[in-house]
Design a protein around this ligand. Structure first.
Ligand code: SF4
Length: 367
């Protein structure tokens, strides 16, 4: 499936998303923030569209971006109002709806409400199909519908059943451009819901792409750890097609975290992979400094992007890591270091900072 020009699912790369945090009527503010996000590697951007009149703002933002040849896909984030969702189909590259609040204001019994909800979803998916616009069914642990909460509680099962209703409704009108997300601030619940969804899709012979994220993760280090555990453990299971790291910070900061999660899980490669020991009493040189300047000088080199570089304090683990790495610096008891390429010693007994220059030159010369 494609969202604008970005492929999601199947053999496409796991893409990185973020969401702007300025009001949509601030056209220039949105354009500025989106350009900033693009400059750091964001691949899909979402905008909240809370009022019917905001669809016009979305259109203006899109047109300003496109006039500057910025083609990042724009996703309209819609809650509560099906009318806004319909209007967004004419503008956005994808529409995100929340199954918990899209179609819940009518009916008495669970089955009554379900049947009416299915009709409402089907009508919307029919229009989405005509407009050729994919839809994300965003299931959030914090906003399941009342009837789902009553029947299943705030559980992974309740989250899956909410999504499954939408899948059934989409199937009725032969619409298959769906992306599913199962988010929660509770990492365990989010992971459980995504795993359950994958198992259920296998059981029903379905294969919709998954958007991963730990919602309301907060800020700072703890938010990054929560996102890394939630998103990372699923990626390691082979689950996930697009990710958003939610931080209560400048959205641009989400992108580096997302990239680091993708790189650490081996899903994508953005920069050289550095391996470094924590150092200990055997370390005889300023290893932290050498690691820092190596990252500065080599970390951004395109020719080093696929390389593994080891910075090791001593030979205890250093030689083993050097064998596995493309390049390595390994400390000697004298306070000096050796530089290795693959298994060969490139430079023996050199000053640590000079070793970084040797490393950089060797990488550049051999690229
Ligand atoms: S590689 Fe050497 S210096 Fe580094 S932690 Fe291990 S023993 Fe210590």
């Amino acid at each position: 499936m494609f969202v604008g020009q970005v492929g999601i699912g199947g053999s496409h790369l796991v893409s990185i998303q973020s969401m702007v945090n300025v009001p949509i009527e601030d056209i220039n503010g949105n354009v500025r923030q989106i350009l900033g996000l693009c400059s750091v590697g964001c691949e899909i951007v979402r905008l909240a569209v809370p009022k019917p009149t905001d669809v016009i703002s979305l259109e203006k933002i899109k047109s300003k971006l496109r006039s500057q040849n910025v083609n990042i896909p724009l996703v309209a984030d819609v809650h509560f109002s099906s009318r806004i969702a319909y209007d967004c189909l004419g503008v956005a590259d994808k529409v995100r709806i929340n199954a918990g609040n899209f179609a819940e204001k009518f009916g008495k019994s669970f089955d009554d409400m379900r049947s009416l909800a299915l009709d409402k979803f089907s009508k919307f998916f029919e229009k989405a199909k005509l407009a050729n616009v994919p839809v994300r069914i965003g299931i959030n642990g914090g906003s399941l519908s009342e009837r789902m909460l009553k029947k299943y509680g705030n559980t992974a099962r309740g989250m899956w059943e909410s999504a499954y209703e939408c899948i059934v409704a989409a199937n009725r009108v032969n619409f298959h451009d769906l992306v599913l997300s199962f988010k929660a601030s509770n990492v365990e619940l989010m992971v459980e819901a995504c795993r359950l969804a994958c198992g259920e899709m296998d059981r029903f012979g379905l294969d919709y792409p998954l958007h991963l994220g730990v919602t309301e993760a907060g800020n700072g280090q703890y938010a990054r750890i929560k996102s890394a555990i939630g998103i990372g453990s699923l990626l390691l299971d082979g689950i996930g097609d697009t990710i958003r790291v939610s931080l209560s910070e400048d959205p641009m900061k989400e992108i580096q975290v997302a990239r680091d999660i993708l790189q650490a899980t081996g899903v994508r490669r953005f920069a050289a992979e550095f391996v470094a020991c924590p150092s200990c009493g055997r370390t005889s040189y300023d290893m932290q400094r050498v690691l820092e300047i190596s990252r500065e000088k080599i970390g951004k080199l395109e020719c080093a992007r696929t390389m593994k570089i080891a910075i090791m304090g001593c030979i205890v683990n250093g030689l083993g890591e050097a064998r596995d790495a493309d390049y390595a610096i390994v400390g000697l008891p004298s306070g000096r270091v050796n530089v290795y390429r693959n298994n060969d010693c490139l430079a023996k007994d050199v000053e640590p900072e000079a070793a970084v220059t040797t490393l950089e030159l060797a990488i550049r010369e051999n690229s």
